[in-house]
Write a protein that binds this ligand. Sequence first.
Ligand code: SF4
Ligand code: SF4
Length: 450
Amino acid sequence: MLITTPDEIRAVVKSAGVVGAGGAGFPTYFKLNAKVDTVIANGSECEPLLYTDKTVIKQMPRELIRGLKIAMKATGAQKGVIAIKGHYKDVVEAVKNAIAQDDAQKDGISIHELENYYPAGDEFLTVYDVTGRVIPEGGIPLNVGVVVSNVLSLIQVAQAIDGKVVTERAITVTGEVANPGVYTVPIGTTYKALIDMAGGLKSKNVALIDGGPMMGKIVSDWDRGVNKTTSGIILLPNNHFIIRMGNKSLAQVVKQSKAACCQCFRCTDICPRNLLGHQIYPHKTMQTIDYNLDEPTENITSAFLCSQCGMCELVACDFMQLSPRKIYAEYRKLLVSRGIKNPHNRSGFDVSSQYENRKVSIPTVIKKLGLTEYAKPLYPKNSKPVSLVRINLSAHIGAPARAVVSVGDSLNIGDIIASSPAEALGTIYHASIIGVVTAITVDYIEITAN
Ligand code: SF4
Ligand code: SF4
């Protein structure tokens, strides 16, 4: 079937189960249901140690351009910008060559070379760096006429139009493993199998982060499967600074913050959203931890403006080891549970005059985080077949998917196994290996290879 209209594009992208591959898992068909003038392909991959986006861009630059054109068609955009760190010259070169080969410039496609700083991939910052437009407080890129999509998601959009659904993805495996690299594996491959594929652990007593070192989550159950959103897994010693900070309980954070915050302002000085002009002041919030949610002050409701980027915690406050980020996450959860909505919606404000000066370079972040020994370029490695997958049913934004298969069913790659309710925001999951359904829980579907 020739797919030509925006509605047809969205329907195919929905059926293929494409969600934001950069971490959040927002369903891509829904993102493409917009009218904008610019689509940005986000290839900034600002999390230290990760080489996933850079790898897929180099492997499939023409698919990326095709996916970007399809997204432009769905949204009516005239401009498509591929945002990549200029620092990665081979990646920039690969895209430049592909643009030239396809004569894509005439279709409005260009490259924007970002600086090598964290968090360049935060959509608010990417949009400002690329277009000069500032997304309002509490807003989204659509508010300023832009859609931002991860580069792998756009490659998957192109593949969806070719009839391929999302059943695998590239994942950086690094840290305390013998053979770090970028492995392409079926969705649902267990963390344990992925570690084995990377040569096994180099040391004992390690913790696993799903995602990057700044925003990733510590995973305790390594028998669970990787998701469409898993850009990397990082194995770090249990006593590593990042793991110690990640494992701190909220009670510990609150107690230490009340006792030890010296009001040095460093967290506010380098908070990327504050630098963009949003009224978020983490040092003030740390001064007033009181949980008075009956009459929440701006220092509490500004939790809605926090991106959870981790700069305040892991970079600004590395000396006191306090966590405004965790305080904001807790405030946000409590506010939402009480039905309190974000009251911050200013627009038209000025970006801080310090926005450029206070960008923190990736080498500085790596040094601060104690990751120097792991910071080396990574390349694609051969994957091995897996004997089992556990496909999580709520690894996306929206309603969890429900199983449409039963234990004992035989499956081929690409068969639908679960779907969110048709009327709800959500996605579809497909079998990622040939095999038989061996377990169904509320959380995942297990398929064992034949
Ligand atoms: S950087 Fe740390 S000590 Fe300084 S104001 Fe922020 S939370 Fe307090
Ligand atoms: S995590 Fe910290 S630095 Fe990042 S936006 Fe939130 S308050 Fe600002």
